[in-house]
Write a protein that binds this ligand. Structure first.
Ligand code: FAD
Length: 775
């Protein structure tokens, strides 16, 4: 008999007092399937709640693999990483340990849309993730702060083939099955949606209807998770492993098919820089189908990797890293530390080149050699916001050039990632395309780019905890839910893992289901991401942007810890006492610095009040005004175009003038008062600088935003006239995508419009004003 129950090898030790009565049993509380970005975050989050957790992954050596771009963060994505970190997650810490190039994107724009991004040393990221999880052979030696192994977490190298389920009607799900917020795509047929003339759009609508009716089936079934059937990678032994909950995070592996040119082969992804392919997950796809889960088909792609030794770097534009570098980890930031490789001066430069007309000609001429996909009329549903070079050339025909960043993959690697250049042409065509670009005239390819097409589950079948509505105890997270990107996957992983762990703990103790750990759209980008997925679903790979968040002025990368760490602690997710102590300290520091600005008075001339912001007038501009124009430094900072740096400069100038006036009257001796005021003039420390600036500058916006949201809520029932023309000439502020989607779905009310994936809150506000004008 090759069936056996796998027993946990270590006794349960709880890291939270709430589950400390939980004894060892012959099964796990939580099994996480898949060791990608969603899986590692889910497994560690579950373990932090005190649940005995097993991570099953096909190959331990691919834990921490960055399948595509060797970078973490960016606009919207960087916000997610900081939120994951605020919840004691893994991604930010490992990214700090492995980062070799750091930048704050949008630094010149407002703090709300600034996004931290760092390029990784691909090998280091993997190694550090494996060390964190305790599976690396490397015993670390001088490991600094790096944590080895996670309490309550075991890892098994196996392939999950099936789910063990207790089936039957009447099994209570952990969340209500009917969700009134569900969009019913079947109601959006061609009579209300207009007649999509474009074949692709018709197919897209058909697909939506198909997903919707499959969704209807699933909501009538009932089952409960009992465990997982897995095949040991080494021994090929079949195991039945029991567990109370399961988190499924199989990424692009569900019926994955890889494609280069017209060549197709089954697989989840290529093993790094080699011809070897990781096997697809077919058994699980069949199980999900058997339970009526609505599966769709999406695709994504990765560009060729280039040999850096054959690049003419001097012909390219240099992109240096920021120095000093800002870490992702709140803890590291509060300690005033830089990421380790930045601290030891080991950062690298990236470079920029661009496509040109010769590139575009090849891209178009050889389009007939691109793969034929299964989804979307053979064209594939790829990520709109991370398009292939072919899509860019087709979609933006008016542009004669597109930038590409050349990103070295590591400190000791000659492999270079050409960002923005995916395109699964046959290898020789890929080479010709690259060689048209400046600096790449003699480039060699190390491994050709390829696309992968895979099954995903329509996430509308999930609740906000990411639990399946039809199968109690089954959670889904990551690319399997229709997203793209490491950060989006990790963000879902932490929520699914936390809820699975908490639910299993409560079930073990015979308690009622715990309060779900759910983040609202007003609390976190993670909340926006999950709410978008489970209420609107997605028909193309979903990626996070700041424009998706209606509360983005409050949801900044700099204040993720202030928003989330305490809530994480209340739900057993933040278990590191140093994090809470650091949070207290940061809050005090922010408050004292805002107070300092509030208590420092400046005279503001009319010129300055009108928005004059240059420092040419210096202190004088702020001292010669009328008494009635006296303002606090806090108020001055709230004025347009004034930065905290400017205000602090003015304060220092004013103070210096006062001092020299006073010193001349007190025999050159400085008094205690003066010394105390001088101390208050220390510039805001870098660990709280962005937060102090943003909280003062955005104070009035936040109040206005809250009012807007309130009136928006009231507007949900307002009707949108059926005759409305969606056209760029009439609606210049709308993006091409927004016009396209509104025209395709033709929502009848604002409640319906708000369910359409990809419409930003701002777009809905514009639409509202437009409709009000028409009425
Ligand atoms: P993954 O990181 O794919 O991890 C899945 C894990 O599950 C793997 O470890 C796998 O071994 C394991 N697994 C699968 N099936 C089983 C099973 N049955 N049993 C046990 N373990 C199993 N993102 C972007 O943002 N932009 C891009 O341009 C982009 N391009 C990409 C190109 C390619 C070719 C690929 C493969 C991915 C690309 N991505 C891109 C996506 C990015 O890699 C994913 O979004 C992210 O890795 C998803 O994380 P995940 O945890 O959901 O899945």
């Amino acid at each position: 008999n090759n069936n056996r129950i796998l027993l946990p090898s270590q006794s349960f030790t709880s890291s939270t007092s709430s589950i400390s009565s939980h004894k060892q049993s012959s099964s796990y509380d939580v099994i996480v399937i898949g060791g990608g970005h969603a899986g590692t975050e889910a497994a560690t989050a579950s373990a932090r709640t005190g649940a005995r957790t097993l991570l099953i992954t096909q190959n331990k050596s691919t834990l921490g693999e960055l399948s595509c771009n060797p970078s973490i963060g960016g606009i919207g994505k960087g916000h997610l990483v900081r939120e994951i970190d605020a919840l004691n997650g893994v991604m930010g810490c490992v990214a700090d340990e492995s980062g070799i190039h750091f930048r704050m994107l949008n630094r010149r724009k407002g703090p709300a849309v600034r996004g931290p991004r760092a390029q990784m040393d691909r090998d280091l990221y993997k190694m550090n993730m494996q060390r964190y999880l305790g599976v690396s052979n490397n015993d670390g030696g001088d490991d600094g702060e790096m944590f080895y192994g996670v309490e309550n977490l075991e890892i098994l190298e196996a392939s999950a083939e099936d789910l063990l389920l207790e089936e039957g009607v009447g099994i209570e799900a952990l969340a209500p099955l009917a969700d009134p917020a569900d969009v019913d795509y079947s109601s959006i047929d061609s009579s209300t949606a207009g007649s999509p003339t474009n074949k692709n759009e018709r197919i897209r609508l058909e697909k939506a209807k198909e997903l919707s009716s499959a969704k209807a089936n699933v909501s009538h079934r009932r089952a409960r998770i009992r465990g997982v059937v897995a095949i040991d990678t080494t021994t090929k032994e079949r195991m039945e492993i029991e567990s109370t909950t399961v988190v499924l995070t199989t990424g692009t592996f569900l019926r994955g098919v890889l494609m280069i040119g017209h060549g197709r082969y089954s697989g989840g992804r290529h093993l790094r820089d080699s011809e070897e392919v990781e096997p697809p997950s077919v058994g699980l796809a069949l199980t999900l189908e058997r339970f009526g889960f609505p599966l769709g088909r999406l695709k994504t792609g990765t560009p060729a990797r280039l040999d850096g030794r054959t690049i003419n770097w001097e012909a390219c534009l240099i992109q240096p890293s920021e120095r000093p570098a800002l870490p992702f980890s709140h803890l590291r930031q509060s300690r005033g530390e830089q990421p380790p490789l930045a601290a030891s001066g080991q950062l690298i430069d990236c470079y920029q080149t661009a496509t040109n007309e010769a590139t575009h000609k090849l891209v178009s001429d050889y389009a007939h050699l691109l793969p034929q996909y299964d989804g979307m009329d053979g064209k594939g549903n790829g990520p709109r916001y991370c398009p292939s070079i072919y899509k860019k050339v087709e979609r933006f025909a008016e542009r004669s050039s597109h930038n590409s960043f050349l990103e070295p993959e590591g400190l000791n690697s000659h492999i270079v990632y050409p960002n923005g250049m995916s395109g699964p042409y046959p290898e020789e065509i890929q080479l010709q395309i690259f060689r048209t670009m400046k600096g790449l005239e003699k480039v060699d390819i190390v491994r050709p780019g390829y696309d992968v097409e895979y099954n995903f589950v329509n996430p509308q079948v999930l609740t906000h905890t990411l639990e399946a509505k039809s199968i109690a105890g089954l959670y889904l997270a990551g690319q399997i839910c229709g997203t793209t990107g490491y950060e989006e996957a990790a963000a879902q992983g932490i929520i699914a893992g936390a809820n699975a762990g908490r639910a299993a703990g409560a079930a073990y103790r015979g308690e009622k289901a715990p309060v779900p750990f759910v983040l609202g759209r007003d609390e976190a980008y993670i909340g926006v991401l999950i709410d978008d997925l489970v209420t609107k679903g997605t028909l193309e790979p979903y990626r996070m942007f700041t424009s998706r968040a209606e509360y983005r002025i409050s949801l900044r990368a700099d204040n993720a810890d202030l928003r989330l760490t305490r809530k994480g602690a209340e739900h057993g997710l933040v278990t590191d006492p140093e994090r809470l102590a650091a949070l207290d300290m940061r809050q005090e520091l922010i408050a004292s610095n805002v107070d300092r600005l509030r208590n420092f008075k400046l005279y503001v001339t009319e010129w300055a009040e009108r928005g004059g912001n240059d420092l040419m007038g210096g202190a004088a501009a702020y001292r010669t005004g009328r008494e009635s124009n006296k303002k606090s430094a806090e108020e001055v900072l709230g004025m347009p175009n004034v930065s905290l740096k400017m205000v602090e400069q003015i304060m220092a100038d004013v103070f210096a003038e006062d001092q020299s006036a006073k010193l001349s009257t007190v025999d050159g001796e400085s008094t205690d008062d003066q010394r105390e005021s001088a101390a208050k003039l220390n510039p805001t420390p870098s660990s709280v600088y962005d937060t102090v600036e943003a909280s003062v500058k955005y104070k009035s916006y936040v109040v206005r935003q809250e009012k807007d949201i309130e009136s928006w809520r009231k507007a949900q029932g307002v009707k949108i006239p059926p005759y409305i023309v969606y056209d760029h000439d009439v609606m210049p502020t709308f993006s091409k995508e927004e016009i396209e989607k509104l025209d395709r779905f033709r929502p009848a009310t604002f409640a319906e419009a708000s369910q359409i994936s990809g419409l930003t809150p701002q777009c809905l506000v514009y639409l509202y004003h437009h409709v009000m004008k028409l009425n």
